[in-house]
Design a protein around this ligand. Structure first.
Ligand code: NAD
Length: 511
């Protein structure tokens, strides 16, 4: 099918995708009094509007999740994995539709929309295997005739709050692990991407029907901050996993702590790449351009700072700016587009303000810096922008969710690492070098302070096999692969006495 070029064509395509996914919601644009407005950043036009869940709605959903938990948590984990297998199969079948919906609602280019669904499929595969590998340790005990071990038990209801920029994958990172762990899930997606959430939920409910599982093991509430806060404050929600801005995390974390709930925070990043004199500049330039301009700079792991050795900085900037000139900006549904739109007007305002602030602080715009008119007034396309900076000023230390790349220079690796770490965020990082000692120093305890540190690839584009997340204001949470599943379970340490004696630990005598 050729790419829709008018908003009406986009609306028609959206409706037909939703029908195929099994979403029956009425998207009558005339009902624009409803508070959740689905729109496409491609044209800036509305696709329809939806009601927002109230506190009472969320309360009822939590009650259901709590009651279904009792049965689900005792289903053997490998059987729970069967639900995830069905989900993975449906995601394979509907990958093109769901990927296109991500492009329409979040503005990602076709291959990234599809990539996001592929990430869901990958975590489903991971989850099916994990369902037979929820291992606990057996631990040597000091008491004769005793055995000590740990078991991992389901935790309870898991609330999942997600951001607009990964409107489907982040749900799957959380929901797949939580469901395999025996938890029940309530998802509050971004109010900017309700349709992709409805599409995922419809596929999930079909998977549940195929697996013979109560669909209420994973529920959806479409709503804004009010619905999010209702999950945050409810003590029946055992784990609140929240992905979004540091501002949101700062509001959410103390409220969950107040009720002694658990949080898993995946917040903002300010990701950098150090480029050393030995770097392969061809490979480095390609890595930088994908990480900084891809997804129009709207990944939490987008590259925002390059820290280049002064001997190669100018050549690197020239290479990057040349590459930027050839990036096609336009509708993300066109096959040759590499840079789609910003999500909305506030995102554009943030971009424009940051460019002004950087120039005001002595920066020089070397590429981009302007808005591009593709679909008129309400669609916000910008040129990916490179700004050389005299120092790491306030605006450089701040996450602006747009394609702005600041370039700083350094003379010693120690200076580069100090600059690298001197930001409040700690998500992802990279070094481009062919010097083994530099690479290892960057990866060592004295190097990058981020949750993700890479060599000769940019900071973005993580795979699901590794644990994903970051330090400092990024929130400290880990999702996805490795042993991230442990966050969704509670650990019980068990000691079994199979002797006829009652020896006490630490040699204590009693009576
Ligand atoms: P946002 O913080 O505006 O919204 C995220 C979600 O939080 C939405 O669902 C929103 O409704 C909800 N929310 C906002 N305030 C809330 C509150 N007080 N209580 C409860 N819920 C609340 O973020 P956004 O603009 O959608 O996404 C962009 C941000 O997300 C960037 O900072 C980006 O770095 C970050 N992000 C981080 C990761 C990660 O894994 N670290 C992944 C994706 C996005």
């Amino acid at each position: 099918m050729s790419s829709p070029v008018t908003h009406d064509e986009l609306s028609v395509r959206t409706r037909s995708i939703l029908d195929r996914l099994g979403v029956s919601v009425d998207l009558d644009v005339s009902q624009s009094q409803l508070p959740i407005v689905a729109r496409s950043p491609i044209t800036g036009g509305n696709l329809g509007s939806l009601a927002a869940a109230t506190v009472a709605d969320v309360d009822a959903v939590i009650a259901d999740a709590k009651s279904v938990f009792a049965g689900w948590s005792t289903v053997p984990a490998p059987v729970r994995g069967g639900l995830i297998r069905e989900l993975g199969e449906l995601l394979r079948e509907y990958k093109d539709d769901l990927g296109a919906l991500v492009s329409i609602e979040a503005g990602k280019i076709v291959s990234e929309g599809l990539g996001e669904v592929q990430e869901m499929i990958d975590i489903c595969d991971f989850g099916v295997g994990l369902s037979r590998q929820l291992y606990g340790n057996t631990i040597a005990t000091e008491r004769p005739g005793h055995r000590m071990m740990e078991q991992w038990h389901p935790l309870g209801v898991v609330g999942v709050i997600t951001a607009f920029n990964f409107p489907v994958a982040v749900w799957s990172w959380n929901a797949v692990l939580a469901l395999v762990a025996g938890d029940t899930v309530i998802w509050k997606p971004s109010e900017k991407t309700p349709l992709t959430a409805l599409g995922v939920q419809a596929l999930f409910e079909r998977a549940a029907a195929k697996a013979g599982v109560d669909p209420k093991v994973a529920q959806l509430v479409i709503g804004d901050r009010v619905a999010g806060e209702a999950l945050v404050d409810d003590s029946r929600v055992a784990l609140l996993s929240a992905t979004g801005s540091t501002r949101m995390g700062r509001a959410v974390a103390p409220r969950v702590a107040e009720r002694f709930g658990r949080v898993l925070l995946e917040l903002g990043g300010n990701n950098a790449a150090i480029v050393t004199p030995s770097a392969d500049l061809d490979l480095t330039t390609r890595g930088i351009v994908f990480s900084a301009a891809g997804t129009a700079g709207q990944r939490c792991t987008s590259l925002r700072r390059v820290i280049a050795h002064s001997s190669i900085a100018e050549e690197l900037v020239e290479r990057i700016t040349r590459a930027y000139e050839s990036l096609s900006i336009g509708s993300p549904l066109d096959s040759d587009t590499l840079v789609g739109p910003l999500i909305d007007a506030p995102a554009f305002a943030g971009y424009a303000k940051a460019v002004d602030a950087a120039v005001g602080a002595g920066g020089t715009v070397r590429a981009g810096g302007q808005r591009v008119d593709i679909f008129g007034e309400y669609a916000y396309y910008v040129q990916p922008t490179v700004i050389t900076m005299p120092a790491q000023t306030d605006i450089v230390r701040h996450e602006t969710f747009a394609p702005i790349l600041y370039v700083l220079t350094y003379d010693t690796l120690e200076e580069a690492i100090a600059l690298h770490n001197d930001v409040p965020q700690g998500l992802s990082s990279s070094i481009f070098t062919t010097d083994l000692r530099e690479a290892e120093q960057f990866l060592s305890a004295a190097g990058s302070d981020c949750g993700i540190a890479n060599v000769n690839i940019g900071p973005s584009g993580a795979e699901i096999g590794g644990a994903f997340g970051g330090e400092k204001e990024t929130g400290g949470g880990r999702e996805s692969g490795s042993d991230a599943w442990k966050a969704y379970m509670r650990r019980a340490t068990n000691t079994v006495n199979y002797s006829n004696e009652l020896p006490l630990a630490q040699g204590v005598e009693f009576g």
